[in-house]
Design a protein around this ligand. Sequence first.
Ligand SMILES: [Ca+2]
Ligand SMILES: [Ca+2]
Length: 299
Amino acid sequence: MVRSRSAAVTITLVTLSLCAPLRAAVSTVVRFNSVVGTWDVRLYNTATPLTVANFLSYANSGRYNDSFIHRRATGFVIQGGGYTFTNSGGVVNIPEDPPVLNEFGISNLRGTIAMAKLGGDPNSATSEWFFSLADNSANLDFQNGGFTVFGRVLGTGMTTVDAIAALPIVNAGGAFNTLPVRNFTGGVIMDENLVNFNSIAVQAFTPGDYNFDGAVNTLDYNIWKADYGSTTKAEADGNGDGVVNAADYAIWRDNRTGAAVVAAGAVPEPGTMTILLAACGLAGWAARRTAAHKKAGLE
Ligand SMILES: [Ca+2]
Ligand SMILES: [Ca+2]
C-alpha cells in the first residue's frame, strides 16, 4: 500500500508540474464599444498567448480609445487599431509596441479577428487588427505566414460588424482610401462622421459563465454541451484554445456556484481522464496512444 501510494503521489506531482503552465489560461472577453453599437469578442488566450497579450497591452493602456475603423474591403474585412481621431487633435498614429511573433493556427473564418501586418514579414503585427466579414481562409491562412486569428465575435455581434461594413466609404487618401463614414454629406470629415470606439475594454465575468448572466450553473453547462467539439463557436471556449472540449467543462465545473437549473445527474459529465488530458493538452497524445495500443492488441 505504501509503495503504491508513493507511486501515485509521484505521478500526480509530475502531472501537476506538466499541466501547471497549460492549465493557467482562462480566456478573456473584450467589448468593442463603438458609436454604431457594441459587440463582444472572446480572445484565444491559450492558442495565441503572445498576440492576446499584445492586443491587451494596447486595450488596457487606453490606446484604442477614440480609435476608428479606417478601412473597409467589401465582403472581406473591416480594419482598425491604427489611428485615433478627435476634432481637436485630428488623426494620430497609435503609439506602437515592438512587433509580436506570428502565431497563426486558427483559420480566418467569418467573425474572427486577426492582426494586420506588413507584406512579406510574418512577424510584423503591432496595433492594427481586422474582422473577417466572410470565410477568408483560402487567402489569409496561406499568405505571409498566415494571419494570426486571436479572437472571435460572440453571440449576435456580427450584426453590428456587418452594419459598419454596410456604411458608405470615401477616399480620404493614403491609408484612408476606403474609409467608412456616417452622416457625411461632403466637406471636412469630423469625429461625428467616423466609426469611433469609445473604448475597447476587458469585461469582468466569472470563468465558466458562458452566457454572462452572473451565475455559473446548468445554463452554462448546456451551452458547453451544445457546442461540444465546435471550433467555430467560442461561447463556451473557456480556455481560449480554439475548441470547445473537456478543458472548458473543467473550468465550468471548478467555478460552478449557481443552483442547478435541471436535476443533478440529468446531464452526463465527461470522464475524469478526458478532462485531465484535455486540460493538459494531452488529448491528442492519448488518442495516438490508444490507437497504437489497439494496433498492438493492448486495448
Ligand atoms: Ca451563466
Ligand atoms: Ca477550449
